[in-house]
Design a protein around this ligand. Structure first.
Ligand SMILES: [Mg+2]
Length: 256
C-alpha cells in the first residue's frame, strides 16, 4: 500500500516534468532508480530518503545524457555556468530544453530543503549541492574531451571519473532524509572523500566502463576508460578488458 502511494507521488512528479515528450534523447529511468533505492533502504521510516534519492538520481541521469549525447559545447558551457551559480535567475541564459532540467533540479533541492526544515537540518542540503557541482564539472570535462577529439591519459580520466561515478554525490544525498542517523559529522566525513568512498568510485567507474563502453560509443559518448587505456598502452580491447585495464587502474588515491 505504502509502495503504491509512493508510486503515485513519483508518477505525478514525473508527469509534471513531462521529460519524455520534451527531451526524447534521455533515458527515462524513474522506475529503475526508484527500485535501486528501495534496495538501498526499504524500511518505512526512510520514505523521505527514498524520495530524495530517487529524484536526485533521476535528475542526474537526465543531466548525464544531456552532456553525453545531446548538448552542444556552447550549450553545455552555459549549463555548467548556471550550475555553478545555482540560482533560478541563471536559467534565463539557457536554451529552453535545458531550462526544464535546470529548474527541475532546483525544484528537487527546494523540496529537499523543505523536507528537512522540521528537523532544522536544511543546511545539510549544501553538502549535496557542492557534490552535484563537482559531478557536473566532471561531465563538462568529458564533453570537452569529446568535442576536442581528445582521449585523455588513464590517470586524468580516472581522476575525473571519481566524480562522474557520482558515488560521492550519492553518498552525500542519500543521507539527507535519514533523520538522526545523518549527523553533520557524517556529511563532513563524506566531504573529505575518504579512501573507502574513492575506491568505491573507482570500482564503479571501471565496471560501468567495462559493461557499457561499446553501447555508449554507439550513442556518441565521450571516450571511456577502455578507450583511454587502449590508446595509452597500445593494447587490443580484449587485453584491456582482461588484464592491463584493471592492472593499470590500481590507483593511488587520485582524488586530491
Ligand atoms: Mg556520462
Amino acid at each position: 500500500m505504502c509502495l503504491l502511494k509512493k508510486r503515485g507521488i513519483f508518477r505525478r512528479w514525473w508527469k509534471e516534468l513531462d521529460i519524455v515528450k520534451i527531451l526524447p534523447y534521455v533515458r527515462d529511468r524513474l522506475a529503475e532508480v526508484y527500485f535501486w533505492h528501495l534496495g538501498v533502504y526499504f524500511e518505512p521510516q526512510y520514505s523521505i530518503a527514498r524520495k530524495i534519492s530517487t529524484k536526485n538520481l533521476y535528475m542526474l541521469s537526465l543531466i548525464d545524457d544531456t552532456y553525453d549525447i545531446y548538448g552542444t559545447l556552447d550549450e553545455l558551457t552555459l549549463f555548467t555556468e548556471a550550475i555553478e551559480r545555482w540560482n533560478i535567475d541563471a536559467s534565463e541564459q539557457l536554451p529552453s530544453y535545458m531550462k526544464i532540467i535546470y529548474c527541475g533540479l532546483l525544484d528537487v533541492y527546494d523540496e529537499i530543503e523543505s523536507d528537512l526544515t522540521n528537523e532544522n537540518k536544511s543546511f545539510l542540503v549544501n553538502y549535496s549541492i557542492i557534490e552535484t557541482k563537482k559531478v557536473v564539472m566532471a561531465y563538462f570535462q568529458e564533453a570537452k574531451w569529446y568535442y576536442g577529439k581528445t582521449v585523455p591519459k588513464m590517470e586524468q580520466y580516472m581522476k575525473n571519473g571519481i566524480s562522474t561515478s557520482v558515488y560521492v554525490q550519492i553518498a552525500a544525498t542519500s543521507w539527507l532524509g535519514m533523520g538522526k542517523v545523518a549527523t553533520k559529522d557524517a556529511f563532513d566525513c563524506i566531504a573529505t572523500e575518504p579512501p573507502i568512498l574513492v575506491v568505491s568510485c573507482i570500482i564503479r567507474r571501471l565496471l560501468n566502463d567495462l559493461l557499457s563502453h561499446e553501447e555508449e560509443r554507439k550513442r556518441g559518448d565521450a571516450p571511456s576508460g577502455i578507450e583511454c587505456y587502449i590508446k595509452e598502452y597500445g593494447v587490443r580491447k580484449e587485453e584491456a578488458y582482461n588484464r592491463k585495464f584493471l592492472e593499470g587502474s590500481k590507483m593511488k588515491n587520485t582524488s586530491k
